[in-house]
Design a protein around this ligand. Structure first.
Ligand SMILES: Cc1cc2nc3c(=O)[nH]c(=O)nc-3n(C[C@H](O)[C@H](O)[C@H](O)COP(=O)(O)OP(=O)(O)OC[C@H]3O[C@@H](n4cnc5c(N)ncnc54)[C@H](O)[C@@H]3O)c2cc1C
Length: 442
C-alpha cells in the first residue's frame, strides 16, 4: 500500500506465468505444510511457496521445538508428522490427553525440517523454496495471478484457490483484504530462540567488554524461559518488545535488538556461573548450576502475532470461554490463553492465571475464509480471531488442524469449480473427523 508522504511509482513489466496449480499455499509453516499435504491428498495440484530454504516456519526456522496442547487427533497429516518424529526418535513421548500440566512435547527442530520436506515430496507438492510471495492481482473478488520472487527472479503463479499461511497475512494484505484491529497494547510479543550446551567449565565465546549494555542486576533480566533441547543442551526463549513485525525497517530493528539482547542476557548468566557478580556458583544450593555455552541462534526471531486477517467469522475469546460449538467446526483448541503482555519485556500476562484457562473449543470454517475475497482461505496464526483467542489457538497442533481443514476445502473447491463459501461446513466437518481430526468438545 502506498504510504502518505512517499513518492510513488508505477511498475510495469511482463512476467511469465511459470507456475499453475489448483491450490497455491503461501507460507510453509506448520499450517502451510499441513494445508499443502492435505490438498494434495485430495488429488489437487499444489504449489507451496516458502521464503526460506526449509519449511516449518516458527517450528524450524524459529526454533520453537515444542508442540503445545494436544498432539493426538490433530488430523491425519499431523499424525504422520508425529509418527515420523517417533521413527527418528526425535520427540518426547506422548504424555496422555492434554491437561494444563502436561501440554508440551519437545522435539528436534532440525529433524523436523527434514521430515516436513520429505512429507511434502511424498504427497507430490511442488515446492518453491527461497521464494517470496510479493503481490497478487485481483479481478473483483477473485485473486490471481500472484507474483513470487525466487532464484530466477520475479515470476507469476496462478491458482484456482489461494491459501494464506504466511503467518503475517502477506497475501491478504497485498490483496487489500481487511485486517482485524491490533490489540490495544500491540501484537503478542516475539521471542528469540537460542541454544546452549550446559558445561561444567567456563569455556567458549563470551561477550567482549564494552559491547552492548550488559545486564548487571537480576531485576533487569527480561523474560527468559528454558526448554530441554537434547542431551546436555537447553533452548532459551527471550522475550523482546516494542517493534512492529509488519513493518520492514522495524523488523530489521527487532532482529538487531534481539541478537544484542541475547548476548547481554547470556553474558549475565555466564558471569553468574563464573561467580563474578553474585557468587552464585559458590553457593551450596547452586552446586548443580552449569555454564551456558553458546551453541547457535535461530536464523529468525519467533513471531507470535503479526496481522490477523478478517474472516467471515471472528473467533472471540468469549467463544472460547463458553466452549462454544459450531456446526462448521473444522479444528479444536484446548490450550490456555497464553497472552503475554506486548508492552513489557518481563514475564507478565494480559490475564491472571485463573482467567487463562478455557474449556475445549471449536474453530469454525468461517473464521478461515477471508472476507471480501472469493478464493482465499487462511490458517495458522493469521486466521480470523481476536487477540486473546489467538493466544490459545496459535499453538502448533491447532495450526496444523486448521491447515488440514483449509487444504481439503481448497482441493474440493478446485475440483468442483466453486468457492469456499459454496461448501457445506458440516460436510467438511464430518470428513475431517474421518481424517483423524478430533472435534469433540464434550
Ligand atoms: C517464541 C515462540 C514460542 C512459541 N512456543 C510455542 C510452543 O511452545 N508450542 C506451540 O505449539 N506453539 C508455540 N508458539 C506458537 C507457534 O510457534 C506459532 O503460532 C505457529 O508456529 C504458527 O504457525 P504458522 O504456520 O501459522 O506460521 P509460521 O510458523 O509463522 O509460518 C509462516 C511461514 O510463512 C513463510 N512466509 C511468510 N511470509 C512469506 C512470504 N511473503 N512469502 C513466502 N513465505 C512466507 C514463513 O517463512 C514461514 O515459514 C510459539 C511461538 C513463538 C514465536
Amino acid at each position: 500500500m502506498p504510504q502518505k508522504n512517499h513518492q510513488t511509482i508505477n511498475w510495469n513489466r511482463q512476467v511469465s506465468v511459470r507456475y499453475r496449480a489448483d491450490v497455491a499455499v503461501i507460507g510453509g509453516g506448520i499450517a502451510g505444510v499441513c494445508a499443502a499435504c492435505a490438498a494434495a491428498a485430495e488429488g489437487a495440484a499444489v504449489i507451496l511457496v516458502e521464503r526460506f530454504g526449509v519449511t516449518g516456519g516458527n517450528a524450524t526456522i524459529g526454533g520453537v521445538a515444542n508442540w503445545s496442547g494436544e498432539t493426538a487427533g490433530q488430523g491425519a497429516v499431523f499424525d504422520e508428522i508425529i509418527e515420523m518424529q517417533q521413527q527418528w526418535n526425535s520427540i518426547a513421548p506422548y504424555p496422555g490427553p492434554y491437561t494444563s500440566k502436561n501440554g508440551n512435547r519437545v522435539f528436534d527442530h532440525e529433524i523436523l525440517a527434514v521430515i516436513l520436506q520429505e512429507l511434502l515430496i511424498k504427497y507430490g507438492v511442488r515446492l518453491l523454496l527461497h521464494t517470496r510471495f510479493v503481490d497478487v492481482q485481483r479481478q473483483a473478488d477473485i485473486l490471481g495471478p500472484a507474483l513470487v520472487a525466487g532464484a530466477t527472479g520475479i515470476e507469476a503463479l496462478d491458482a484456482k484457490v489461494f491459501i494464506d499461511t504466511s503467518g503475517g497475512g502477506d497475501l491478504a494484505r497485498a490483496a487489500g483484504c481487511p485486517l482485524l484491529e491490533p490489540g490495544k497494547l500491540g501484537p503478542l510479543p516475539p521471542s528469540l530462540m537460542y541454544f546452549v550446551r550446559e558445561l561444567q567449565e567456563a569455556v567458549g565465546p563470551q561477550l567482549p567488554a564494552d559491547w552492548f549494555e550488559p545486564v548487571t542486576r537480576d531485576a533487569d533480566v527480561p523474560m527468559t524461559s528454558t526448554w530441554p533441547a537434547g542431551p546436555g543442551a537447553k533452548a532459551l526463549k527471550l522475550k523482546i518488545t516494542g517493534y512492529d513485525s509488519a513493518d520492514t525497517e522495524d523488523m530489521a530493528r527487532l532482529e538487531i535488538r534481539a541478537r544484542r539482547r541475547m548476548w547481554e542476557v547470556l553474558d549475565y548468566y555466564q558471569r553468574d556461573f563464573r561467580g563474578e557478580q553474585t557468587g552464585r556458583r559458590n553457593h551450596p544450593r547452586n552446586a548443580n548450576v552449569k555454564n551456558w555455552h553458546f551453541d547457535h541462534c535461530s536464523p529468525m526471531i519467533g513471531l507470535r502475532e503479526t496481522c490477523r486477517i478478517a474472516g467471515d467469522y471472528v473467533l472471540a475469546v468469549d467463544d472460547l470461554r463458553a466452549g462454544r460449538a459450531f456446526d462448521d467446526a473444522v479444528a479444536r483448541g484446548v490450550f490456555y490463553l497464553d497472552g503475554m503482555r506486548p508492552d513489557d519485556e518481563k514475564r507478565t500476562y494480559l490475564l491472571s492465571k485463573e482467567d487463562q484457562i478455557v474449556p475445549p473449543y471449536h474453530i469454525p470454517f468461517r473464521s478461515l475464509i477471508a472476507k471480501d475475497a472469493g478464493n482465499l482461505l487462511m490458517a495458522g496464526r493469521c486466521f480470523s480471531a481476536d487477540q486473546l483467542a489467538l493466544s490459545s489457538a496459535r499453538v502448533m497442533p491447532t495450526c496444523a488442524m486448521m491447515g488440514q481443514a483449509v487444504g481439503i476445502a481448497a482441493a474440493w473447491c478446485a475440483n468442483r469449480n466453486c468457492t469456499p463459501r459454496n461448501l457445506d461446513g458440516a460436510t467438511l466437518r464430518r470428513y475431517l473427523e474421518k481424517r483423524n481430526a478430533n472435534l469433540d468438545i464434550g
